[in-house]
Write a protein that binds this ligand. Structure first.
Ligand code: ADP
Length: 482
């Protein structure tokens, strides 16, 4: 089976969040199952530089916004074949793929990502290269690929099947209706039963309306997005497609996130040598200028800093954490107000709090290895990857009970502790008080080293690898491919 996997980011070439990790790992896992999957990416400078054996395979004409361009082929660092759209006018700029240096959306994002979907459909129509490679199925991801299923739907009967995955329903790609012809959509598509969404062109709406099947990244999030609380306006449409919507958990690439092999750590360890983790904790305390105290429970967060991630809840809960002798390290970027508030807390408690406003892949690994508890107090979390990484590193996740966090972390209730199945801590209400109580529970348990270690070992040996999830995607593909 031939599958074109369409995505706007892919680790290690371009990454702003979990989608990049998924786009690197899932295609690899599918190839291991015998699927001829190839990735299609925008030709950002980092992608054009990072593709091995890069060669031009065909010219493209009629690309939305710019007309001409080229399709180049190569191999991603993980060994998966990929295509990239070469168009300096659309993608030849440094920095974040979606935002300017000042944090505004690139003004031409409508054509930059219409082009991604349009080229995917063009590959299905006329072939990717001289071997005439044409997909049986195209798998799009998030709003940036959202127009792909619409373009494919307008191809007529000789068309591939389409799947759309929602990695985060809060990002929707909403543009002016005046751009309809610019993005090569026919006038009749501008309809409630089409691409129209709240008086504009909705890229994600188009994907959710036209794709043959929909998936999202955890079973709980698949249920949640059919409700007004989490659907962000799409609950009505998704409720009509409930039989087409599946939740498949994201996995972890244990080739990259594995404390036994991780080259970023001062000391490697696994579940049989978890005491070695203490060296990483001491190194992390030094790195962030904290008191080097093995007895102080060290909490951490590695995240985009925004309201959805509950960064504001953390800011409010921190003073009580410090008062009880806890420490925190924080790595993230996001809303300026939250960055400021968290930095100020760091400055006010220099021996207990280390705050790094920035993006640093290597430091994210060191934090996962050095911390005792990883905080993920999200208001909404489609799947969440950091809690899965944390578990493998023996860092117990403390999460809000929502989306994929609910599906992956087993709260340390008395019953779960007695059964030996607990892997972390969970709380319900999105309030600083509820977060604070969960932090307190974690601190209490931290003072019972035998129980803590048993939980670490349980968390470290849970398998969240991609093999099982890739098989679920394959089943879904097989049910669809024509
Ligand atoms: P989301 O995709 O919503 O941002 P996920 O938990 O699914 O959340 O994935 C986040 C990914 O981005 C993880 O790989 C995490 O380690 C990484 N990450 C987030 N913020 C940073 C940062 N400031 N520096 C390094 N890595 C980060």
């Amino acid at each position: 089976m031939r599958v074109l996997f369409v995505t706007s980011e892919c680790y290690p070439l371009v990454k702003t969040g979990g989608l990049a990790d998924v786009s690197a790992a899932l295609p690899q896992a599918l190839r291991a199952l015998g699927v001829d999957v190839r990735v299609l990416l925008p030709g950002y400078p980092a992608v054009l530089c990072g593709l091995e054996g890069k060669r031009m395979v065909r010219s493209l004409t009629g690309i939305p916004g710019v007309g001409r361009g080229a399709l180049v082929a190569g191999v991603l660092p993980g060994g998966v074949p990929a295509y990239a759209i070469e168009s300096p006018a659309l993608y030849g700029r440094a920095g974040n793929p979606y935002l300017t240096a000042s944090g505004a959306d690139w003004a031409d994002n409508h054509v930059r990502f219409a082009a991604l979907g349009w080229v995917a459909a063009e590959i299905a129509r006329t072939g990717a290269d001289d071997t005439q490679w044409q997909p049986d199925l195209i798998h799009g991801n998030d709003w940036q690929s959202g127009l792909m299923p619409a373009y494919v739907a307008f191809m007529g009967s000789r068309r591939p099947a389409t799947v759309m995955t929602i990695h985060n329903i809060a990002y929707q790609g909403q543009f002016s209706p005046a751009l309809l012809s610019t993005v090569h959509l026919p006038p009749h598509s501008y309809h409630m039963h089409g691409v129209e969404y709240y008086g504009g062109i909705g890229f994600l709406k188009a994907g959710l309306y036209y794709a043959d099947r929909l998936t999202t990244v955890s079973p709980t999030y698949a249920r949640e997005i059919q409700s007004a609380e989490h659907g962000c306006g799409f609950e009505g449409l998704l409720s009509t497609r409930t039989d087409d919507l599946t939740g498949i958990l994201n996995g972890v690439d244990y080739g990259i996130w594995n404390p036994a092999l991780d080259g970023h750590l001062v000391a490697n360890y696994d579940h049989t040598s978890v005491e070695i983790k203490a060296h990483n904790k001491a190194a992390l305390q030094v790195e962030f200028g904290l008191d080097v105290n093995p007895a102080a429970p060290l909490f951490a967060m590695v995240s985009r800093l925004n309201w959805h991630k509950g960064a504001d809840l953390l800011a409010e809960a921190l003073p009580a954490l410090f008062a009880r002798g806890g420490q925190v390290v924080l790595l993230g970027t996001g809303d300026a107000g939250l960055e400021g508030a968290l930095s100020a807390l760091g400055a006010a408690h220099p021996r207990s709090a280390g705050v790094h406003i920035g993006y640093d892949e290597a430091q994210a690994h060191r934090i996962q290895a050095g911390a005792d508890v990883l905080l993920v107090p999200s208001r909404a979390e489609p799947c969440g990857l950091t809690q899965l990484y944390a578990m493998r590193y023996g860092t117990l996740p403390l999460v809000r009970r929502t989306g994929g966090l609910e599906d992956t972390v087993i709260d340390a209730t008395p019953a779960a502790l007695a059964d030996g199945c607990a892997t972390g801590f969970a709380f319900d209400e999105a309030t600083p008080t509820a977060l604070g109580w969960a932090i307190r529970r974690a601190m209490d348990l931290y003072r019972a080293p035998d129980r803590w270690r048993a939980m670490q070992q349980r968390a470290m040996t849970r398998d969240f690898g991609w093999a099982g999830s890739a098989r679920e995607y394959l089943q879904l593909y097989q049910g669809l491919a024509r």
